[in-house]
Design a protein around this ligand. Sequence first.
Ligand code: GAP
Length: 562
Amino acid sequence: MDWPMPTEPTTPSVMDQIVSLCKRRGFVYQASEIYGGIRGFWDYGPLGVLLKNNIRDWWWKCMVECPPVGPDGDIVSMVGLDSSIIQHPKTWEASGHTATFADPMRRCTKCGHIIRADHYWDILVTTSKWFNDLIQSFEYAPTPTPYPALTTGPLLRWANRAGKKLAPNMALVRNPEVTLASLATRVNGQPTSPPDVREITQYLATEQMHMTGLQDPCVLCGAPMGTPEQFNLMMVTYAGTTQSAENLVYLRPETAQGIFLNFRNIIDTNRIKVPFGVAQTGKSFRNELTPRNFIFRSREFEQMEMEFFCPPDDALKWYEFWRGERMKWWLTLGIKPENLIFRDHATDELSHYSKATVDIEYKYPFTAPDFGELEGIAHRGDYDLSQHSKHSGQKLDYFDQELQLKLKEQGASAEDVKSKSRYIPNVIEPASGLTRAVLVLLCEAYTYEKGRAGAEEWFKFKPKFAPVKLGIFPLVNKDGMPEMAEKIYMDLRQRYTCEYDPKQSIGKRYARMDEIGTPMCIVVDGDSLKDNTVTVRDRDTTAQERVSVDKLHAYVAAKLEM
Ligand code: GAP
C-alpha cells in the first residue's frame, strides 16, 4: 500500500533529549512552571543566561566594538543603542505594524481553539491526539485496479468508540453514515486518483458537502475550522492611570523601530556620518498563535538587530556586504557550514517594507533535512525613515557633504549635486534572534556517545561560548587539597567563569562538567602540594595533562582561544 501518508513528525527524539538536558542542568525552564507553565514563555536558568550573554557579548563585540572593514576598505562606523520597549503608539502606525503585522488565523467553530492557518496541517499531524489515533484505522483492501480501496469498517468502529472521546465534534463521529457514504462516492467516482490522507481527513470532517465544501477538522475536537482571518501579533498594555483606549500602548514586536526613532538624535549628538550602523539587542514580544519547538518561536524573546544607514545608490553594495559578513559571523560560533544556508525571499514573500531579503537558515533537529530561519538580512530602502518623517512631521533626511564634494569633482550638474547630496538614507538590516541563537548552539553542541566515560550526552560548545569555562576541584576534600584548589579558583575566576566543586567522586564531577559543556577541569591532588602541578582534563578527548600552576594561565588561555 503506497498511498501518500502525512509527513512523519520529524524525529522528536533528539529535540526531546536536548530539552530534557536543558531542564536537568539549568539552561532553560518553562516559565511559571509551578503554575503549570504559560505557553510561549521561557526562563533562562543559571547556565542558560551565561550562554545567552556569551553570544550577545560576542555579537556586540563584532558589531559595535570591532565592526568589520567595509567593501571599500574603510572601517565600518557603528554605535550602540538601548531604546525603550514601549514607544509612542504612532510608531507602530508609521512602521505598518498596526495594519499589517498579522498572521492568518483560524478558529474552531465549536471549541474556539485558534491555530495559525499556514501551520494547520503540520500541527494536525504532529500534535493532534485524535488524528494520530484515527490514522491507525486507515486500512486498505486490494482491488482489481492498481489502487487499493479504503476500508470503512475500522473507521466506523473508531467513530463509535475512540472517536467519541477524542474528537466528539467531528462529522465522522456525529454522523458516520453520511460522512462515510460521501467519502465512498468520492473514492468510487474517481478510482484512478484516490484521495490522499489529507483529503480523506477532510471528508471525515464534512457533513454537508454540497453546502460547505470540504472542511478542515479542529486539531482538538474535530469540528470544522472557520475561514482564515488576520490576527495582529502585537501585545497590548496600558501606560497611564486608566486602562482606556488613549492609554493603550504596544510591547515592541522588534527592536528595530527604536533605532529609526533615534536616527536624528544619533546624527545630531555623535561625530558620525552616513554610512553608519546602529546596533541594539533586547526583548521583543509577539503574540504568536502557535509558539512551538521549544524556544524557537516564543511570545517573549530577544533580538540582535542592526540598522545600517547608507546612501541610496550604495544600498545594494551594502546589502551584499552584510549578507556575507553575517554568514561569516555565524561560522565563528562553531556552527558547521553544512548546517547553515542562505534562502532568498521570493518577491511575493517580501515584507511590506523590503526591497530584498535573504534569510540565514539553520538545520534544526525539528526541520531536518530542511532548514529554518535564524536571521533575516533585509534591504528596507528608505521605508522606515520616510514613514516616521511623514507621521511625526520631523525631517529625517541627511545632507551628505562628502558626496556633494565627490559629485562636484566628478563634474555632475548643479541640479544632480543638489538632488543627490540630500537624501533619506536607505537601510540594510541584519536582524537575528538571540534566543534562537541559544537554541542553535544547544542543537549544534548536543552530542551523544553511548558508553562514553564521563557523560554519554553532553554539550560540545566551542570553548568561547561555554557557560562555564573551567571546573576546579580538589581530588579529595581534605589534606590541604581544597585550600590549594580554592586559591586557583579565586585566581582564575577573575578572568573566566569557573565552578569550584569539592564533593562527590571525581568521575561524577567530570560527568557533570561534560554535560554542561565545560571545556576543561583542573584537579588538585596529593602530588600538587609537592610539585605545584595540577591535572587538566579535556572535555572532548577526556585526555589528562599535568600542568605547572605557574603556567596555568597561559595554558588555559591558549586552550580556551580567548
Ligand atoms: N526587524 C526585522 C525583524 O524583526 P523578523 O524576521 O521578524 O525581522 C528577526 O525577526 C529575527 O528574530 C528572526 O530571524 C528570528 O531569529 C527572531 N524571531 C522572530 N520571531 C521570533 C519568535 N517568535 N521567537 C523567537 N525568535 C524570533
